[in-house]
Design a protein around this ligand. Structure first.
Ligand code: PBG
Ligand code: ZN
Length: 315
């Protein structure tokens, strides 16, 4: 059954499609800005004008959605730039929805790019105060919805934030805005390159008190179940490549749409090895994305989205 391509096509179980991809983007203040992100070759921080151009390219290549990360010009303990009416994400989303109304604009909801200490929640002394973070996260999500976001995606890993965000949205006439929850988000070294891209490295300690221990799998099911009970519409496992077992288990136990985030470190490792000539970049990219889909992901957040879309189209 493998002897010719016709048979192989007939029995192929997993078909990667451009519909599967969500492309992450980093947006910064300014005009005409296109800063190369050193730790992620081929990725950039864009000012809003250039972001629109890139998102148009993504949309025209068939990618259904983008995930927006903002880099504010100021940081402070209360992360006020995260939920400001005219914050960087709010203005970017507003423009994007204006220019590209059919592109699904998803916003990452977190505080770490906006707090001076770089943690994802409110910090009291040297402790992350889970409950004091919820209101700030809900305000942030609501401000994104007000700016026109099609979906909000909390990535902070505080307990109870999905319920708080759901409430805030419902009470303000945004009951139709879905929540994509970073439900099983591990405390991973694979986020290294992203923290450079988003300037979001914690200034003290680490994220082990709120992100999951890479050694745990059953706990992922508990995390996912809690988020669903709180009102999540799409659940996410993150990272992807080193957590295919988690994607597979969650897929078997849960019938909600499942997203997998193939993170910055996964992207950077493939790019680096390809640049060295040690692996075939495009092949290993497609194989990796196919594996993530085979494991059970319905959608994949990947920095390869544009590159993979191009290859799939040429096929
Ligand atoms: C912050 C956030 C991170 C990522 C997405 N949102 C990093 C972190 O938790 O430190 C990682 C994305 C990537 O590595 O590509 N809440
Ligand atoms: Zn964060």
């Amino acid at each position: 059954m493998r002897q010719n391509s016709a048979f192989r096509r007939m029995i192929r179980e997993t078909i990667l499609m451009v519909d599967d991809f969500i492309m992450p983007f980093f947006v910064v203040e300014g005009k005409g800005v296109k800063n190369a992100i050193k730790s992620m070759p081929g990725q950039f921080q864009f000012s809003i004008d250039n972001l629109i151009k890139e998102c148009r390219k993504a949309f025209e290549s068939g990618i259904p959605g983008v995930m927006i990360f903002g880099l504010p010009s100021k940081k402070n303990p209360l992360a006020t730039e995260a939920y400001k009416k005219d914050g960087i994400v709010q203005r970017a989303v507003n423009k994007l929805k204006n220019k590209l109304p059919e592109l699904a604009v998803i916003t990452d909801v977190c505080l770490c790019q906006y707090t001076d200490h770089g943690h994802c929640g409110f910090v009291d002394g040297n402790k992350i105060d889970n409950d004091a973070s919820l209101d700030l996260l809900a305000k942030t999500a609501l401000s994104h919805a007000r700016a026109g976001a099609d979906m909000v995606a909390p990535s902070d890993m505080m307990d109870g934030r999905v319920a708080e965000i759901r409430n805030a949205l419902d009470e303000n006439d945004f009951s139709n805005i879905p929540i994509m929850s970073y439900a099983a988000k591990y405390c991973s070294a694979y986020y290294g390159p992203f923290r450079q891209a988003a300037d979001s490295a914690p200034q003290f300690g680490d994220r082990r008190t709120y992100q999951m221990d890479p050694a745990n799998a059953l706990e992922a099911i508990r995390e996912v179940t809690m988020d669903i009970e709180e009102g999540a519409d799409i659940i996410m496992v993150k990272p992807a490549m080193a957590y295919l077992d988690i994607i597979c288990r969650v897929r078997q136990e849960i019938d909600l749409p499942l997203a997998a985030y193939s993170v910055s470190g996964e992207y950077a490792m493939i790019k680096a090895a390809a640049k060295m000539g040690w692996v075939d970049g495009p092949k290993i990219m497609l194989e990796s994305l196919t594996a993530i889909k085979r494991a059970g992901a319905d959608m994949i957040l990947t920095y390869f989205a544009m590159e993979a879309a191009k290859i799939l189209r040429e096929k």
